[in-house]
Write a protein that binds this ligand. Sequence first.
Ligand code: ATP
Ligand code: MG
Length: 425
Amino acid sequence: MAKTIQAIRGMNDLLPEQTAAWQQVEAMIRQVAASYGYQEIRMPVLESTALFKRSIGEVTDIVEKEMYTFDDRNGESVTLRPEGTASCVRAGNQHGLLYNQIQRLWYIGPMFRYERPQKGRYRQFHQFGIETFGLEGADADAEVILLSARLWQAFGIADQVELQLNSLGSNEARARYREALREYLDQYKSELDEDSQRRLDTNPLRILDSKDANTQQLLAQAPKLSDYWDEASKQHFEELTARLDAAGIQYVFNERLVRGLDYYNRTVFEWVTTALGAQGTVCAGGRYDGLVEQLGGKATPAVGFAMGMERLVLLLQEQNKLAPRRAVDAYLMPLGEAAELNAQAVAEKLRNELPDLRIIVHSGGGAMKKQIKKADKSGAEVALILGDNELENNQLTVKPLRTTDDQQTLGWSELIVALKPLTQE
Ligand code: ATP
Ligand code: MG
């Protein structure tokens, strides 16, 4: 026998038993995004490598070691997108959506990063993202946070996630702080963990979220980012927290939250859970006022977030918050040759009347007993029996499969009334 081919490590199939849960989550996301007036944008999964180098930053984890980059047949360097914001800005610039306009956009789709696969961390994963363009006020930051908070509410997991909040200040403030931090840590260079030593020269801010205990201890006495905030950023942050307070959104001020992508300024935030082990961040975002211009557009303020769909689904499953609709409501069983000939036509009529009814027509004939077994296995709530009598009288016999209720032979209009509730469960 030929050897079977396996999927690439870290890239998962979603089987039918899982897709129902995903569809349920996606439906909620669409509904909530729409309820804030956000519109969907779809971007290609493959982009020029330069796009990500220029936006995410050359010395970030993503660009240094996580991107799927290769030359296409024309010798051009292309990359499977590791995130959505850069693509969204590229698309906005290319199609003139951003300058002097307000856009509220969302996207959902696969992202690709070459990481060590583990629970909540994969090489192909999915993000739902929100991007708001053209608004510089803190009300826009509050809006995207409120939108994410509404999702937790809608899913019943608001008590499982904590909002962590920080401000990076202006680019100048951040640059001054970076120097101060570098100078401070340079004194203890040999005591830092290996990763942090390397980052000291390239990206010292990332040292702030080092997991190394000794490094963390050294950071306790380090200069504070908030001491370097410029006045306007400080005020912006206060306006944001005032709005969150007014809306009853709780948050924790996390001085060390800096995020791993270069394009952020001012607000950064993460929604974190303790329920998923090490991969605890389900949603992360912030403001990126410089990115549109950096990618060739006219300066346009922007703020957004990305939510990790796998982590969200994992969390919802662990909390038992998903109860997707059953895949099949009714299983139509034709008994006899004439019934078999007409069964599909009868099912078509039912679908005309009840577009939300999920009905399978038994295929392959066989006795009542065999068909009942298949009906049961399909997960259907009821079997619909079509015998010679029923066919002649324009009736169907409804046999409950999940309760001990008696079966009933019903005429067409009664049948529609009886089946309707199944479409609404
Ligand atoms: P982490 O610190 O977990 O590596 P990150 O800072 O790299 O996350 P972002 O680039 O901000 O993550 O992406 C936003 C969200 O996308 C993350 O909070 C997480 O929920 C999800 N995510 C990121 N990388 C992965 C991955 N490899 N597999 C699954 N989900 C991911
Ligand atoms: Mg990462």
